[in-house]
Design a protein around this ligand. Structure first.
Ligand code: TXA
Ligand code: MG
Length: 323
């Protein structure tokens, strides 16, 4: 949907009320969550949901997350097993998305599920997101507010870089605190499986749910995971312990190799939460310098390191243009 004029508004109560009215009128609004910025529309309005896919250039087989207020609202749309309810009670509101069977005849547009019989639900904890859901009075379908295949936005400026003219409002709520997308959990034979590592660590989920399974081979569990995602223009070289001429450096920790004038450090003190919060903004910033290649230092695999390494591997993967 080409609206031509995008209003970037500081997310005060009046702006959120106007954005809520725009959502009810079937328009698109970008808003901050605790993870990344979302591109929101009324999840019960198929035309509005279709406009999200068009604005992002997102393949129609990739379903969207529906953002709700709480577990009670989520049960209007999806069937919660005991396990699912336990996870929601432990981690909502927060950076956990649950993929659950759709309730028969639920009000959500079929398009949010991209033809699957499941729906992904999450209750965000960011005050602007909470207020927008309340003002809109409808559940919000919202993927990350980037062009399909690009790095997720952690600031209003990132959203404007990708989607100016495509959305009615960008609510500016500052930099998103976590900086990585939510952790997506599905269920197979009632056992939780990790569909996407994210801002809630595997260890935290496993303390409540027990060991997480790996999705069955050959089953398209989280379709968005098939396309190349998070791709900067520059090539990424992972696990770099030195830099070669022409490379920029994305560093981690204090032992930074010399030899490049362009270095950004995800976390000089080696803190994974800080690195997660900085990851997408620093990838965008290094990419904007026009460097041919970005060398990335090794990141530990534990805790949030699992999701950070997942995004880096996707960013480094050979480019495929999604159909
Ligand atoms: O933190 C987040 O999750 C952000 C904020 C805005 O909430 N949203 C986000 O949405 O990252 P998106 O659309 O970029 O990623 C959603 C992921 C995709 O990998 C998609 O395939 C998966 O969730 N997903 C959505 N619905 C699904 C479903 N019914 N079954 C399996 N996977 C699903
Ligand atoms: Mg995304």
């Amino acid at each position: 949907m080409q609206t031509n004029v995008t209003n970037v508004l500081k997310a005060n109560p009046a702006a959120i009320a106007a954005a809520g009215a725009a959502i009810r009128a079937g328009r698109l609004v970008a808003f901050p969550t605790e993870t990344v910025y979302g591109l929101g529309a009324d999840a019960t309005n198929g035309t509005a949901v279709a406009a999200i896919f068009a604005a992002k250039g997102r393949p129609r087989f990739n379903p969207l997350i529906v953002h709700v207020k709480d577990v009670a609202q989520a049960t209007e749309y999806a069937l919660f097993s005991q396990q699912a309810e336990k996870l929601a009670r432990a981690f909502w509101s927060g950076a956990l998305t649950l993929v659950l069977p759709r309730r028969p005849n639920c009000r959500l547009s079929q398009l949010v599920s991209a033809g699957l019989d499941t729906v992904a639900l999450r209750a965000p904890t960011h005050p602007v997101a909470i207020r927008l859901i309340a003002e809109a009075g409808v559940p919000l379908a919202a993927p990350s507010a980037n062009l399909s295949g690009r790095v997720s936005p952690t600031s209003a400026r990132h959203v404007a870089e990708d989607l100016d003219g495509e959305v009615d409002f960008i609510l500016d709520g500052g930099t998103t605190p976590l900086g990585l997308e939510s952790t997506v959990i599905g269920f197979e034979d009632d056992k939780p499986v990790l569909l996407r590592p994210g801002a809630l660590s595997r260890e935290a989920v496993e303390r409540v749910a027990g060991p997480l399974g790996t999705p069955r081979q050959g089953v398209v569990n989280s379709p968005g995971r098939l396309a190349t995602h998070y791709a900067p223009r520059a090539n990424l070289r992972l696990n770099a312990t030195s830099v070669v001429p022409g490379e920029s450096l994305l560093a981690f920790g204090e032992d930074v190799p010399a030899g490049t004038h362009r270095t950004l450090n995800l976390s000089p003190r080696g803190n994974l939460a800080e690195a997660a919060a900085n990851l997408f903004a620093m990838l965008r910033e290094l990419d904007a310098t026009g460097a041919q290649a970005i060398a990335v230092m090794p990141i530990p695999a534990d805790g949030l390191g699992e999701a950070i390494n997942d995004r880096l591997m996707r960013a480094a993967a050979p480019r495929e243009v999604p159909p």
